[in-house]
Design a protein around this ligand. Structure first.
Ligand code: PGA
Length: 254
């Protein structure tokens, strides 16, 4: 049985006072020992203080990005060991905004995943097709490529979560239907079984992301291959995010 995992990706949002308030509200609303894994992923500059605020709560800390080198002349970048130092358990790699706005390539992402795992971070690796790719029936080709260019026997399947985030669903208010999500998650799991084997692939968690809300979470999370959510906009509201967490617990009968 895969333990569900719900993470909030704050992206480039909130000032410090808002971040502190959000964490305080989440701590008040979310039960202290829930039957799933939880994380918040603030901007780099808030990692350490948010880490302090979530102490004693079920939330763990995640970063939104990382570089693959350990140290050196890479102005503006952050090393995996620095994220560990800052208290991170998780790091998001390959978010569609980094692929499509910041131009990150599969080759770069493959290096980041390995460097992050080497430093002891658990990776949330994002994949997902754009609207024109879905409309051209190329969703599976895109997902296969994004899996194949990063996964390999040297990537630990127990230290990675895949997040399926169709680009057309991110921040648009248009979520994938539960059936669309299940089909994509099933395909991703089959593809992972080619890299590892059926047993390892069936233990690997796949989150859904893209306009998840308290209203649609239960139906999405009820799908057998959907193991949690990577939540953007709705993770900035304590009430909404805590209801997504409760909906996940209910959907999985935990
Ligand atoms: P959204 O973002 O929930 O605001 O659509 C999800 C994500 O990009 O991780």
């Amino acid at each position: 049985m895969r333990r569900p995992f719900v993470a909030g990706n704050w992206k480039m949002n909130l000032n410090w006072e808002q971040a502190r308030q959000l964490v305080a509200d989440l701590k008040a609303k979310v039960r202290p020992d829930p039957p799933l894994d939880l994380a918040v992923c603030p901007p780099f500059v808030y990692l350490i203080p948010v880490g302090r605020e979530i102490q004693g709560s079920p939330f763990r800390l995640g970063a939104q990005n990382v570089y693959f080198q350990e140290k050196g002349a890479f102005t503006g970048e952050i090393a995996p060991s620095m994220l560990k130092d800052a208290g991170c358990t998780y790091v998001i790699i390959g978010h569609s905004e980094r692929r499509h706005i910041l131009g990150e390539t599969g080759d770069l992402l493959a290096k980041k995943v390995r460097a992050a795992q080497k430093a002891g971070l658990h990776v949330i690796y994002c994949v997902g097709e754009k609207l024109d790719e879905r409309e051209a029936n190329r969703t599976e080709d895109v997902l296969a490529r994004q899996i194949d260019e990063v996964f390999g026997p040297d990537v630990s399947p127990t230290d990675i979560t895949v997040a399926y985030e169709p680009v057309w669903a991110i921040g648009t208010g248009r979520n994938a239907t539960p059936q669309q999500a299940q089909e994509a998650h099933r395909f991703i799991r089959m593809r992972l079984a080619r890299v590892y084997n059926d047993g390892l692939a069936s233990g690997l968690r796949i989150q859904y992301g893209g306009s998840v809300t308290a209203a649609n979470a239960r139906d999405l999370m009820s799908q057998p291959d959907v193991d949690g959510a990577l939540v953007g906009g709705a993770s900035l509201k304590a009430d909404e995010f805590s209801r997504i967490i409760e909906a996940t617990i209910a959907a999985k009968n935990l």
